[in-house]
Design a protein around this ligand. Structure first.
Ligand code: ADP
Ligand code: MG
Length: 319
């Protein structure tokens, strides 16, 4: 590679470690494990054309690569500690690497986490981040704890990222300002790290919405051995999405991906604690339905009419 692999790592991806005992530069990074805590580990790979478009600004790509990983820690209620970065690069272009690194570091700094190592190689652009976090032993939020009668909640709003993708695909036409707002949602997701940590001991199950509400809820239902009923009208959406046709809204809300909001269940008696957690994390949460016995996933309209019926996320009506 033009700049030289080690000069590149040094210039863009090496900063003094704040929490780690040893960061970039040796064969391994060293972190001190805290007594009574469990380590949470998760990886997400971003491949051009599949997870991002070539039109994305490098700074936003740097942000998103880390954000989608932090979102997994958020879903487990973990406190982020550190991350590694495995990077395949077609070249050593400063015009790409400088803003990419800026976007990455800006989000890392907001969460007070160290980049402690990684790997760098020439190849088609591919970004794989592994995040490390911690939770008090036994307190991680899991997909498996939902129980019949629990309320079903989601943070933020859903569907904007999918609407942006439809604009890029040319199936949706919006004016420039609206498009830019939706595009931000797709390219600059905000991982709900603070909310996730505050939901420990409150939520009975949680997942982050990366593949669409129905699909991700299906994971909770299968792991928990339950069904659910969603009220479509209660699923939170932006004013922009709410102005689109009902069909587009429904598709973006239920099947959109890339939302990176938290979907979680909590016993009805926990309602006040959920509200406090959301207020303290400064994130809006909405009750969108409830967990039910059985294995059906129903989506109902305002009159209780069933719009969709799935078996634990398996969509009988998918085209
Ligand atoms: P090794 O050959 O021992 O696997 P490398 O020569 O690949 O190590 O990397 C040298 C050091 O730079 C290591 O500490 C590694 O973790 C770190 N590193 C490599 N690529 C990256 C990257 N993209 N971001 C952060 N650290 C990196
Ligand atoms: Mg080595």
């Amino acid at each position: 590679m033009g700049l030289g692999e080690f000069a590149l790592i040094d210039r863009y991806f090496t900063r003094p470690a704040r929490r780690a005992v040893l960061g970039v530069g040796d064969d391994c990074a060293l972190l001190t494990s805290q007594p009574g805590m469990q380590l949470c580990v998760s990886s997400d790979m971003l491949v051009e054309g599949r997870h991002f478009l070539s039109t994305v600004a490098p700074q936003r790509l740097g942000h998103k690569a880390l954000a989608v990983n932090l979102s997994d820690l958020a879903a487990c209620g973990a406190e982020p500690l550190a991350f590694t970065l495995a990077l395949a690069l077609p070249g050593t272009d400063d015009a790409f690497l400088q803003p990419f690194a800026e976007g990455l570091w800006a989000l890392a700094e907001r969460h007070g986490i160290d980049l402690v190592g990684g790997d760098t190689t020439a190849g088609p652009l591919n970004i794989c981040i592994t995040v490390l976090g911690q939770v008090p032993a036994g307190q991680a939020l899991l997909r498996s704890g939902a129980a019949a009668g629990d309320d079903l909640w989601v943070s933020g709003t859903l569907g904007d990222a999918r609407a942006a993708l439809e604009c890029f695909r040319g199936t949706l036409a919006l004016d420039g300002g609206a498009f830019e707002t939706l595009r931000r949602a797709m390219e600059l997701p905000e991982p709900r790290v603070a909310l996730g940590q505050r939901l420990r001991g409150v939520a009975s199950s949680a997942i982050d919405v990366s593949d669409g509400l129905l699909g991700d809820l299906g994971h909770i239902l299968r792991r928990s051995g339950v069904g659910a009923r969603i009220e479509l009208d209660a699923v939170p959406r932006s004013a922009l999405l709410a102005a689109l046709s009902p069909d587009v809204q429904r598709n973006c809300l239920l099947r959109g991906g890339d939302d990176y909001e938290l979907l979680f269940s909590a016993a009805p008696g926990r309602l006040d604690e959920v509200r406090v957690a959301a207020r303290d994390a400064d994130v809006q949460v909405s009750r969108i339905g409830r967990i039910e016995a059985g294995d059906a996933l129903l989506v109902v309209d305002g009159r209780g009419q069933v719009l969709h019926e799935h078996a634990r996320g398996f969509d009988h009506f998918a085209a």
